[in-house]
Write a protein that binds this ligand. Structure first.
Ligand SMILES: [Zn+2]
Length: 257
């Protein structure tokens, strides 16, 4: 877990080494909880490898950082950027990079998907996730949601329908099953709206009715407010996808090569 020296400390000037370690442990704990809730504990276990500060190369906004690291990786340049080098040096499957609050971005975090970087998962990436500021780092499901993206998962049909934007939902090739699942909140006090993790934050589901602590799973029918709704379908079956590719995801980083 890497904190951007230049921007993170402008948001949290008095954040001590101990605070950082506490936050990092909380984040890892949150991720493991989600994977346990998703019944993925036997395939995935997350451990904290290293906490440190670094002056990230490039801009300070989520957009500029993402573009920089993504482009560098996509073009397969020999000269690697600093975070890629750190990832290799510390042998990290996933590098979580926390920047100071970037108000110019509406995103809580961004996973660096590189389309077609892997043959098996079009949008699975090389394992660097940027988190937008302290508050988002603390939020329970942000990191696991972004992690889903680094593993190639999409937001799903309910989000595509709700926003009218098709890219939230992909069902061809690898993406079969790699979607979140949810139901839109049509009536204000409706109890029937809910989401799984990848659709989380998009469907205006009230907290009391959200069920965002797990990935979609078509074999389960205990989602929703009354725990009696489906948690997925043929195209939203992320748990199966995550199980199937667990070994490959673990070997994305270049230090395995
Ligand atoms: Zn997302």
């Amino acid at each position: 877990m890497i904190f951007d020296e230049r921007s993170f400390y402008s948001e949290k000037p008095n954040f001590s080494k101990r605070d950082k370690e506490k936050l990092a442990k909380k984040i890892i704990g949150n991720i493991n909880k989600v994977y346990k809730n998703s019944r993925l504990s036997s395939s995935y276990k997350f451990e904290l490898a290293k906490v440190r500060d670094w002056n990230f190369t490039g801009g300070r906004t989520l957009a500029s950082l993402t573009k920089l690291y993504r482009d560098n990786k996509a073009s397969n340049k020999k000269a690697k950027l600093d975070l890629h080098i750190l990832q290799q040096y510390y042998k990290l499957d996933l590098l979580i990079a926390i920047i100071g609050k970037d108000s110019s971005s509406k995103f809580a975090g961004i996973a660096n998907g590189t389309p077609k970087y892997h043959g098996y998962a079009n949008s699975a990436d090389f394992g660097i996730v940027f988190i937008n500021g302290y508050k988002n780092a603390k939020r329970k499901y942000v990191i696991s949601h972004e992690m889903g993206h680094t593993f190639g998962l999409y937001h799903g049909k309910a989000v595509a329908d709700y926003t009218g934007i098709d890219i939230h939902y992909k069902t061809n090739g690898f993406a079969k099953g790699a979607n979140g699942f949810g139901k839109v909140n049509t009536a204000k006090k409706s109890n029937n709206a809910y989401t799984t993790l990848m659709s989380y934050g998009y469907l205006k589901v009230s907290k009391a009715r959200a069920n965002s602590n797990r990935y979609s799973d078509k074999t389960r029918k205990d989602c929703g407010y009354y725990h009696n709704e489906p948690c997925g379908d043929d195209n939203a079956n992320a748990v199966e996808v995550l199980q199937r590719y667990a070994k490959e995801y673990g070997k994305r980083s270049e230090w395995y090569k």
